[in-house]
Design a protein around this ligand. Structure first.
Ligand code: HEM
Length: 521
């Protein structure tokens, strides 16, 4: 007993010594960075006090960042300045402050910081989301994707893909729920596959034969991108590079595997180039432009790979997250489920298949369900970070001076739950949108699922079409119950940590087919 105590005591002392040495080392590295350029005289936003080295990172311990920052904002207000390691970070949590960031100061704040881990997965920031917004590269890539993949005309052209995938989803659920044991269905998994298939078919013209391997590696990548890596927080510290080296190595390995998959997809595709421009998909267009020129930016293989990775992940992850949250909220709110199903079943009465032309603009309650889901569960809860230029004057936000080089985070999750904007803000009540006409177009800063301003999501319309058709299909063709007769209040609603706020656990539900399906579905 005494020996065990002594061993534990020595271990504790050893740990304290190691942590102290590490902190002092990191502090040494930070000392040279502490020239505040006279900022002390400026009107800095309020924020929690900072510890040496780690700054205000202790405030984020033990919870998801968007939750912790929401709680902090109640104390320090909607414009807060924190120091996360070496990184000066502004967090805004009200519609008014978001308007200043994404409208008044939109041009000044339209660039993104590029963290080390992110740098690895984006081939050194060569994708749309991270390229500087003034660059020709960003303008041309964004325009190309907008016209060839995400324009209303293209989104409409992908209708058959969506409808075929929805029919396959019904068949897959029927086959798992009609087995003798009628096992519950992993709704999250089914939706993940379906969203991935829709986006790959839209970009490549067909499903990817490597989808399982790709999805597996993409899951790994999202985990690695989930939080701040030590090196992201202490970019100048050699010690942080040593301590954080393991996860960096892992990121490089996952990226190398993803790169092999994407490059092999590109290679196979290049061999099947069509001479008919009408039949070109997005990857064919990129490959043709690479070969023949026509853009001012150079489309290297890495640029094409990073664009594909970005579109595959942005396109599937956000929509799959929204659909599973919508189903979860409907399970927890039987009245809303009943109303949504009644609306759909009345409109589609007698049909054996959901077709978009039958539902277009007619499912008002379902549209409110989707809005309410995006209000409470924006899939990208902190949007994507923006950056105050490192050189020049501080940027003014709500009268405060924000230092050059500061990362700016908009807590869309907190804004969606702001009691000043929404009655009973934490309750799922789709009916609230009956009187309150709020849209996704980035003009109403109370509701920002796709961001706003120059960096607003270009894929919202495509995403919403996928979400609406899938939810209609699930609610039309099946009645849903929680497994093991669990009550609706028992459904776990925890979120996972990451750039996107997915459900922490997969959603498993028991499906009972509602509409008899015919053989040619
Ligand atoms: C419901 C569906 C979706 C949601 C909620 C969503 C949300 C977002 C958000 C919050 C941002 C960052 C905006 C900002 O920082 O202000 C973003 C950016 C982006 N999204 Fe989406 N997204 C969705 C669907 C899609 C789809 C389907 C695609 C493409 C296939 C896509 C491609 C992109 C791209 C390329 C960017 C980067 C834009 C830039 O920085 O210039 N998104 N999205």
């Amino acid at each position: 007993m005494a020996e065990a105590f002594t061993a534990a005591w020595y271990t504790a002392v050893f740990c304290v010594v190691v942590v102290t040495v590490v902190l002092l080392k990191l502090k040494g590295a930070s000392a040279s960075r502490r020239d505040d350029g006279g900022l002390r005289k400026k009107n800095l936003p309020p924020g929690p006090w900072t510890l040496p080295v780690i700054g205000s990172m202790y405030c984020l311990l033990g919870g998801l960042p968007h939750h912790a920052l929401h709680r902090l904002a109640r104390r320090y207000g909607p414009v807060m300045l924190l120091r996360l390691g070496h990184v000066s970070t502004l967090v805004v949590s009200s519609p008014e402050a978001a308007r200043e960031v994404m409208k008044t100061q939109d041009a000044a704040l339209a660039n993104r910081p590029v963290y080390v881990t992110m740098n690895i997965f984006t081939y050194a920031g060569q994708n749309i989301a991270l390229s500087p917004y003034t660059s020709t590269h960003w303008k041309e890539l964004r325009r190309l994707c907008a016209t060839e993949l995400l324009s209303p005309r293209r989104v409409l052209a992908f209708r058959p893909i969506r409808e075929e995938e929805a029919a396959s989803l019904v068949a897959a659920i029927i086959s798992s729920s009609s087995s003798p044991t009628a096992a519950p269905v992993n709704v999250s998994e089914k939706i993940r596959l379906m969203m991935n298939d829709i986006i790959t078919r839209a970009i490549l013209g067909n499903r990817s034969p490597q989808r399982e391997a790709y999805l597996h590696e993409m899951g790994n990548a999202l985990k690695l991108l989930a939080g701040f890596n030590l090196i992201d927080l202490f970019p100048a510290s050699r010690l942080a590079k040593v301590i954080g080296g393991r996860s960096l190595r892992e990121a490089r390995q996952v990226h190398a595997r993803l790169d092999r998959i994407v490059k092999s997809i590109i290679h196979t595709h290049a061999q099947a180039m069509s001479a008919d421009r009408e039949k070109e998909d997005l990857l064919h267009i990129l490959l043709r432009l690479q070969k023949d020129g026509g853009l001012k930016t150079t489309l290297t293989m890495d640029v094409i790979s990073s664009t594909l990775f970005e579109l595959f992940s942005a396109g599937s992850e956000t929509t799959m997250t929204t659909i599973t949250w919508a189903m979860s909220e409907l399970m927890r709110n039987p009245h809303a489920m009943e109303r949504a199903q009644a609306e759909i079943r009345q409109l589609l009465q007698g049909k054996t298949k959901v077709r978009e032309e039958d539902i277009e603009g007619r499912l008002h309650y379902l549209q409110m369900v989707i809005k309410e889901t995006l209000r409470l569960h924006p899939p990208v809860p902190m949007l994507l970070p923006r950056l105050v230029a490192a050189e020049g004057e501080p940027c003014k936000i709500m009268g405060f001076d924000v230092p050059p080089g500061t990362t700016v985070l908009v807590n869309a999750w907190a804004i969606g739950r702001d009691e000043n904007s929404w009655d009973n803000a934490t309750e799922f009540r789709p009916e609230r949108f009956e009187d309150d006409v709020v849209d996704f177009n980035g003009a109403d800063f109370r509701f920002l699922p796709g961001g706003a301003g120059r960096r607003m999501c270009p894929g919202l319309m495509f995403g919403l079409s996928n979400i609406e058709l899938t939810l209609t299909t699930l609610l039309y063709h099946f009645d849903w119950k929680l497994p093991n007769r669990a009550s609706s209040t028992e459904l776990d609603m925890s979120e996972s940590q990451g750039i996107t706020a997915r459900r922490k656990t997969d959603l498993w539900l028991q499906a009972t087919p509602y509409v008899p399906t015919n053989a040619n579905m």
